[in-house]
Design a protein around this ligand. Structure first.
Ligand SMILES: Cc1ncc(COP(=O)(O)O)c(C=O)c1O
Length: 468
């Protein structure tokens, strides 16, 4: 390396090399075979040194580390609800890291705050909030927590000052909702026993009549219903709770309606799928992860609030050493759970600039068509059984005579594919999620070929064991 090279040029050069090497690795080795942590510690130079190392050495160690890191951007990654790599988002993320602003005030983040405000406005309009308030958070879990905090503070305006008193505040969510809802209930001091899990129909959608019944029973028992968490895109089945009907129930009982659209919020981007969120504009708050279906680098989540001022009412504390000048509107720190906060908005802005509304719609439509294609493959395969028609982008299926857990582990261990499993109707099934723009029909075909071959081998091995 040229000794006269400016350190930043050196860093840029190292970054380019690492990125291109990673891309080549993804093509060569779409799944990095897992290793146990002890053997990984042996091959990696993880120890923190006494003496500082030159950038070339740091870069070498970093490259080793990258080579052994699981791949989430290849066409064989079908695991959780994110995946792939959008170049424009990576660009925004890298620049945001280089700029190193903290998003609490206009004073230190300036134009970046305007980017965040523009995104909140546009995302709000898309879901039917005419003049949305909102803030970027570190993920859907925190966006859900924020929505629930506002609901709690509306139900008990004196709680922040005096602490809890009075009847139990009750939160309603479907049996299939994400675990972050249960976590938020305990974090906010509401008590896990006050989370009421409402029944779902055979498609995994909350049943409004069951909700109504639960609310009435709680009122009769002297409890105080507080909020409904509706899920737009459940984690396992991808189901959308019927938002309009739930909004009716909430209106009748004066309850806060929060929509957990961490996964499915992005459906509004595709005119053919936007109906899933019909009624969303009647909600009070909503969580929407751009790092899932939109393809923004992790993490990138927004909590949107229909009524302005409520975020600040729950979160604005006096900090004269921080909030100096500029209106509160321009100081997002007055609306955030965090103090120092990284810039998660820029990577979404660069992504949106690059794809445009049309490109985002195409992205979502492409996922849906892949999901339908996967479901067709499953239906036509004699050894696979589709356990539900795909509601959205999740394809859940059982594999003849093979445990989904073993099958998924085997696929990853052999470096063939990363796919997850989940419980449906009390049975572990493969849960394939089509959310990775790097994966196309050929990847899907290859996945099923490999999956069925490994399944056949597992069945064969089980037969041999039984016979011996
Ligand atoms: C429905 C739903 N809500 C919330 C979350 C949590 O989002 P995050 O991982 O960004 O915290 C997830 C994550 O998969 C989810 O599926």
């Amino acid at each position: 390396m040229d000794p006269d090279l400016d350190p930043l040029e050196h860093v840029a050069d190292l970054f380019t090399r690492i990125l291109l090497e990673r891309q080549a690795q993804e093509a060569r080795e779409p799944v990095v075979p897992p290793r146990d942590p002890e053997s990984l510690r042996d091959v990696l130079d993880l120890e923190l040194p006494n003496k500082g190392q030159c950038l070339e050495t740091v870069g070498r160690r970093l490259r080793d580390l990258v080579r052994h890191t699981p791949t989430t951007a290849s066409g064989s990654f079908f695991n959780q609800l994110f995946g792939g790599r959008e170049p424009a988002s990576l660009l925004g993320e890298t620049v945001a890291a280089a700029l190193n602003n903290s998003m609490y005030t206009y004073k230190v983040a300036g134009a970046q705050v305007l980017v965040e405000l523009e995104l909140i406005k546009q995302m709000g309009l898309l879901v039917g909030f005419d003049d949305a308030d909102g803030v970027f958070t570190p993920g859907g879990s925190l966006s859900n927590l924020t929505g629930m905090l506002l609901a709690r503070d509306r139900a008990r305006p004196r709680l922040r000052a005096e602490g809890f008193s009075g009847p139990r505040l009750r939160v309603y969510t479907s049996k299939d909702s994400h675990y972050s809802v249960a976590k938020a209930v305990t974090l906010l001091g509401l008590g896990s026993e006050n989370l009421v899990r409402v029944a779902v129909d055979d498609r995994g959608r909350m049943v409004p009549a069951a909700l109504e019944e639960a609310i009435r029973a709680d009122v009769a028992a002297g409890h105080e219903p507080m909020m409904v968490n509706a899920t737009a895109g459940t984690t396992v089945l991808g189901a959308f709770d019927p938002l309009d009907e739930l909004a009716d129930v909430c209106e009748d009982h004066g309850l806060w309606l929060h929509v957990d659209g961490a996964f499915g919020g992005s459906a509004v981007l595709d005119p053919d799928q936007a109906d899933h969120l019909s009624g969303c504009g009647r909600a009070d708050s909503m969580a929407w992860d751009a790092h899932k279906l939109m393809g923004a680098q992790l993490s990138c989540s927004v909590v949107l609030v229909r009524e302005r001022g409520l975020l600040a009412r729950s979160l604005d504390e006096n900090a004269s050493y921080l909030f100096q000048g500029d209106s509160d509107e321009l100081n997002p720190g007055t609306r955030s759970l965090q103090c120092g906060r990284r810039n998660d908005a820029l990577k979404l802005w660069t992504l949106w600039q690059s794809l445009g509304n049309e490109g985002l719609a195409k992205r979502l439509a492409g996922f849906r068509s892949l999901a339908l294609h996967a479901a067709k493959i499953v239906q036509e395969a004699p050894d696979l059984k589709l356990v539900r028609e795909p509601e959205f982008l999740n394809v859940c299926f059982a594999v003849d005579g093979v445990s989904a857990e073993n099958l998924c582990a085997e696929l990853t261990d052999r470096g063939l594919a990363m796919v997850g499993y989940a419980m449906v109707d009390g049975e572990a099934v493969v849960r394939l999620t089509l959310v990775n723009a790097q994966a196309d029909e050929n990847d899907l075909k290859l996945l099923f070929k490999r999956l069925r071959k490994v399944a056949a081998e597992l069945r064969e091995a089980a037969l041999m064991r039984a016979a011996s």
